[in-house]
Design a protein. Structure first.
Length: 304
């Protein structure tokens, strides 16, 4: 196994098999993946910092079997920050990786981590989410114009509830609409709150929208997914690659860009150029944190 050493921050990292094709049909190697994550690290780590990470690893590339990893491996070096998070309903716990720096990001990428999924709370207050997300998840064949229109409708509901909405092209089929919370509410408040928001939208557009959990009951309607707001659930991290052909990237966008940016518009070889000319659209997300109780009071008034 060919290895080399690269300086990253204050450390020298040993990386291996840089020529291995992780996106074979697109010609992107492990070296390309490491170069990508190095180029976006300063923006991406802002959104990873302090959060429990779930890794989706593809050490042999996306055409081979990948796997999710929550528990930090015993072989991880001591300088990798981890935090043990107790399970809610039993006596177990999971030791998560917490990525606070470029060195950790590159170490994990060298293990074949293509996708980074983040918890919606930080490990210092694990029961208090600081993000709320609705995932606009369309079935195959939904016109892009309709997906965008629905995403804008979600934005309007956020704004009606005094939430400041941000959006992300997921690198998949749809968009995320995200808002910051001030960590005053727990998951038992936030998850039902997100569901009420989605139910409110779906009730006013029943032909196109659903919050039905069972796929067979959704038909050709767009699913407003609020499941990511659960205690041990995750969302795809901003600037994470996706393990899909084309090497798409989950990319924060301005609302003005929604009309021309499709969900998998940006990819491994275009996001670094984007960030060289444009400030991360989510750079100030945390400055717009809203109390969950305030949002709950607003939706109570809206649905009265």
């Amino acid at each position: 196994m060919a290895t080399t050493t690269i300086p990253v921050g204050d450390r020298d990292l040993s990386v291996s098999n840089l020529d291995k094709q992780l996106y074979p049909s697109d010609g992107f190697s492990k070296g390309d993946v490491l170069d990508y994550y190095r180029s976006v690290a300063s923006d991406m780590v802002r959104h990873l910092r302090g959060r429990p990470l779930t890794l989706r690893r593809f050490p042999d590339g996306i055409e081979a079997e990948g796997f999710f990893q929550k528990e930090a491996a015993d072989f991880f070096p001591a300088w990798i920050r981890t935090r043990r998070v107790p399970h809610r309903h039993d006596h177990g716990s999971t030791r998560y990786v917490v990525c606070d720096d470029e060195e950790t990001l590159l170490y994990l990428a060298n293990l074949g981590t293509l996708e980074f999924h983040i918890g919606l709370s930080q490990v210092d207050k694990i029961a208090r989410p600081d993000l709320l997300v609705i995932d606009v998840d369309p079935p195959d064949g939904t016109p892009l114009s309709e997906i965008r229109e629905i995403t804008r409708a979600v934005r309007k509901v956020y704004e009606a509830l005094d939430l400041v909405p941000f959006t992300q092209a997921t690198g998949g089929r749809g968009y995320h609409v995200v808002a910051a919370l001030d960590r005053s509410g727990d998951y038992d408040m936030v998850r039902p709150l997100a569901r009420r928001m989605a139910d409110f939208l779906a009730a006013h557009d029943q032909d196109r929208l659903t919050t039905e959990q069972r796929k067979q009951q959704r038909g050709d309607r767009v699913f407003l997914d609020t499941n990511r707001n659960g205690r041990r659930q995750t969302m795809i991290a901003p600037y994470s690659l996706r393990a899909r052909p084309g090497a798409p990237v989950a990319t924060p966008i301005d609302w003005s860009e929604l009309r021309r940016v499709d969900p998998n518009h940006y990819r491994l070889d275009s996001v670094p150029r984007r960030l060289r000319r444009k400030v991360d659209p989510w750079a100030d997300l945390s400055q717009h944190a809203t109390p969950a109780r305030q949002v709950k009071n607003r939706i109570n008034a809206l649905t009265r």
